[in-house]
Design a protein around this ligand. Sequence first.
Ligand SMILES: [Fe+2]
Ligand SMILES: [Fe+2]
Length: 393
Amino acid sequence: MASSCYETDRHRRRVASFVRLIAESLGFNPVLCESLWAAALEHQKFRLARLRTNDFAITGSAGMILHRFAGGTSDFGPEIESAAAILRTCDALDEAVEFSPYNAQPLRVALEDFLLDTELCPDEVISALRELIRPFATTEPAERLPVLPSAATALLRVQSDSVSAAELAGIAEQDPVFAKRLLGLANSAAFGPPNEIRSICDAVLRIGVPLAHKSLFAASLGPLFASGKLRALWHHSQEIAAIAHQLASQCGCHPHEAWLAGLLHDIGLLVFASRSSAECAREEAFRRAGFPRAYAETIVWGIDHATTGADLLARWNVPSDLVEAVRYHAAPELSDSPLAALLYIANGIDRDVNEPGPLASRFRLATALSLTNLPASAVESISRESPIFAIAC
Ligand SMILES: [Fe+2]
Ligand SMILES: [Fe+2]
């Protein structure tokens, strides 16, 4: 459970965010808020004994707060005492969340358990944390949920390995965008030497039924991600779908299922994107302060995008294996689904370097590799030359 320096640094930054918000909500004066914030940023840089004696000479209130935080006996008065209690509480809260993956405990449950077990923490600090952390919310008004486009519904119903080229051509002919998409792909260099294809059925045959099916499904889902801020998410979803497809057969997963799961795994983010911009900004601020996405989401929305997405897919009548994989794609230790583990691994390959990585990332990667039986070197077997990457739109 040893934390890397990077994780320790993120822990300190998260604790600093918590303490500042709590101190502000309890009406601390701005100077003391700043001192508490500074103390939080230092609180794990040194051993407790050094913090207690303050032999690194952090001056002023921050040093006094660290002294009391570390169990030092000098009495600096009630304000410093309260500040040290806030630091102790926020530090313990973040540690409880940080270690929850090792206990196979959902992040939400770790937060709730901590707020229930208040014996050692001052009541006013726990109340302020309860105000800050939104209560668990599973239901979204139905009218605010995205609707699965009808062509995508039809394509989900047909089996990728038994659908005929004529059936797919029939679906594509209903929408000029789909038809154009298939013809564009069939005439692209990714699918062989130039040979002008004009009929949709010929296009399906040239691309191959399984890839034409995927291409149509992606084209039918794409409009849900049409707004500017969702384009990067759409690109990421298609990338994860292609990576999962490439690795699927090595871990006993069905490649088409893996592709679908990849395409749909972050669909919960669509639900969040339609919410109030003030709350979205609050979530982003937490992420900038070192909170991994699921952690920030749980604080701000009371639920993370994986759970939200899985609930939406269940509503869309997507097969339960896919729903399970999406629900646990960010926490593979909570499920025995190899597909969830595969999504976790794929997300590690296509990770945004500007985004704080998940908690317990090494432990989770080891868990995911063991659930999928994939060697760590499997990642190197991915070929971006494969046509599965070419169908992205
Ligand atoms: Fe995700
Ligand atoms: Fe993702």
